[in-house]
Design a protein around this ligand. Sequence first.
Ligand code: ADP
Length: 363
Amino acid sequence: KRRVGVMTSGGDAPGMNGAVRAVVRMAIAKGCEAYGIYEGYEGLVQGGDMIKEMQWDDVRGFLSEGGTLIGTARCMAFMERAGRLKAAKNMVVRGMDALVICGGDGSLTGADKFRAEWSGLLEELVQTKELTPEQTAPFKHLNIVGLVGSIDNDMSSTDATIGCYSSLARICQSIDYIDATAFSHQRAFVIEVMGRHCGWLALMAGVSCGADFIFIPEKPPSEDWQNEMCKKVAKQRNMGKRKTIVIVAEGAHDQELHKITPDQVKDVLSKKLGLDTRITTLGHVQRGGNPCAYDRMLSTLQGAEAVNAVLEATPDTPSPVICIIENKIVRKPLLDAVALTKSVAEAIKAKDFAKAMQLRDAE
Ligand code: ADP
């Protein structure tokens, strides 16, 4: 029986459990054995009881749970070849040659590196007598399939990452709460939302909540941003609006980038417009809580497709990442998706925003 491992890695995102459930159950339905790898790459490097066979019942109730029930971690050991050597040994010992990883671009980069090194790692394990040639013989190729789990929606080649719509819904819900109190006291609120290289959450939350002004990493504020913002806010206030909401993406106050901090925005609103202004940093509530219906659906469909991709892989097929494009679940070469995502992030870092947009549009 084929043995398929599944893990969640990097930052947690709502819907990751749905992905684990779908991979486990689809693998069993297709006649494979499923293994849960706990605490991301840490579990793969450490082996032992961090790798557990999972039965149909073990993932019962996973669909509606937030976070990741099999844990996630940032694993320094896997960044080094020595760590990946241990991981390869653990996989062979457990009879596993297929791995489905739900994580962000870092996790998927690590996965592809592992796959590229696989045969070299096995050779080394035989040479150092950690494993026998008989043990490694059935595991010539490592099949890797990526699922993108990230609240930021920061992965190129897919319209939505697992978790982004849950996070957006949570942000909107939180802004609704703030709206009520802001309205009552006629206050202004500067709300900081997550998104390091990607302003999707901030932008979509702004559209969904009718924010007055938004700062995102992809768009540099104009020289005159203070007056521009105040003009917009004042216009609304003059028309009778009792509250003001300005959204600042985490990435917009990056020290290397626009350096627009919530404190700065608050000062401008207070001093120039005389508004009673407060700052709310939404923080980790944006990641937590149960996944929305969309993420349950997306993780289930993509998890099932990941198992299909494992079973259909040939030694020549590049590792795929499972995407959703115009409402269709599709496979894309993992390396291309990761490379494109990196290029966009680099263009933003280099303040070449036109290039970043061009790259995103070209997906
Ligand atoms: P995300 O997957 O959310 O982008 P990270 O970038 O922190 O999160 O990556 C998660 C883990 O993936 C890291 O802790 C590390 O174990 C592994 N990883 C990330 N980048 C690499 C890499 N270039 N080579 C090997 N492993 C990596």
